[in-house]
Design a protein around this ligand. Sequence first.
Ligand code: NAP
Length: 485
Amino acid sequence: MHDKDYQVIIIGAGFSGLCMAIKLQQAGLRDFLILEGASEVGGTWRENTYPGAECDIPSALYSYSFEHNSAWEFKWSEQQQIFDYQKNIAKKYDLYEKVAFDQQVESAVFDEDQSVWSITSVKGDTFRCQHVVSAVGQLHLPAQPDFAGEEHYTGAKFHSAKWDHSVELAGKRVAVIGNAASALQFIPQIAPLVEHLTVFQRSANWVIAKQDRSYGSIEQWVSEKVPLITRLYRLSLWLRGECLVLPAMRRNRIAQRLLKWMAQKSLRRVIQDPELIKKLTPDYPIGAKRILFSDDYYGALVRDNVHLDTSGVKQFTEQGILRNDGVEESFDVVIYGTGFKTNPFLASIDVQGLGGRPLREHWQGGAHAYLGITTYDFPNFYMMYGPNTNLGHNSIIIMIEAQARYIVKCIERLAISGQKTLQVKEAVESQYNEEIQARLKKMSFADVKESWYMDGGRITNNWAGSTLEYRRRLRKVNWNNYLIT
Ligand code: NAP
């Protein structure tokens, strides 16, 4: 039992948690603790170590606006460099001393009498605080579907987010289930090593050439010495997302045609076989699921030792997988590139608000939050990268920074006034959610029945507008929208 009461506890030390901590420090609010389940900072960039892991948003934009890094080696950085960037930032801002590592949070319960949150970790330690900031991310819990007969399979298997580096892939027969953002990055890396690779594709994806390249030393020098150029470069990357990709997600025909043309060009440049082109062409509008970027995915699929299966996994056997087309293939290793359990939000933590009400119950029918940050009946509980804040078109770091600034304002307000709790009014949140849901229905995300953006058909993960709009809405806190006691 830790008897110290903190003003703020942040759960998670990834991009969101670190940003929150920095913004609190900058506001002079130093009475905070970060609870981190692992033994290092980094979040998703610590967890995902699969071969070829890198960011699909250019690093000049996928980095804090207040922490420019002129040392990026590639336009799209690899996992290790992003992870190093995070660790350097944690060091620079003395955040390591503010983190309690190996403290996987199990529950967060609001004590109404004392207006205090009580947070318990899996280890059994309890921490108390006035404000909780959840910074656990949306893509944290690996989703591994259950296939019939899996228990009889005798080969190795693991999920891409928990890559088992002890399993030797060279010369092995390997199956990859899934073909989206993660799988498309590691398939080209492992294809040349293995004896045979079968990629199990359930749906095709729209893939656009990444045109990655390294930055030369002159560019790195300019990036360090000429801040104006750096800012203009960041602006140009941001504008591309806002002006080209976002309109496509808003079903703008011209933008959709242009992106579709780019994707088809990338496909046809590498693949000539009409049957394979057909298999690799999605049957849904571009933007409905995450648009993928790769320079080497299609090249990997046309290798002699790679087979793209679209019949599907019927069941596992002792030796491998029985496909739906009746063919049984033997595999030494099966790799799940099957993504993450994005719903329900905060699934791994038992959060209880007013009257002991579980957040899971509160969110039956799908997660919701005012501005993606707060939800009624959960006073002093804030979320970063919460419901309806994911982007399909731009860097999530922009959203995270806006959220951190907003949450600081809320915490400061109570600190200055001496009041105890702040919670959004139910009517305000309901009206906000109705607006967001109505707008999302008109966007491309609604053009598929299922995706990780949804919970039972309701789009719970994605933001409905531009990053500019989001920042504008978060610039000031409208205190009339909150009950402050
Ligand atoms: P994902 O987008 O959810 O893709 C999961 C894949 O597994 C899909 O191909 C899916 O097919 C397939 N799948 C799931 N369940 C299956 C089943 N029961 N049988 C057969 N196939 C199944 O997961 P992800 O690729 O890990 O990416 C998740 C998100 O993480 C991305 O959208 C992105 O936001 C983020 N990410 C980012 C980067 C980056 O560069 N920054 C890299 C990796 C991931 P269906 O399409 O048919 O559902």
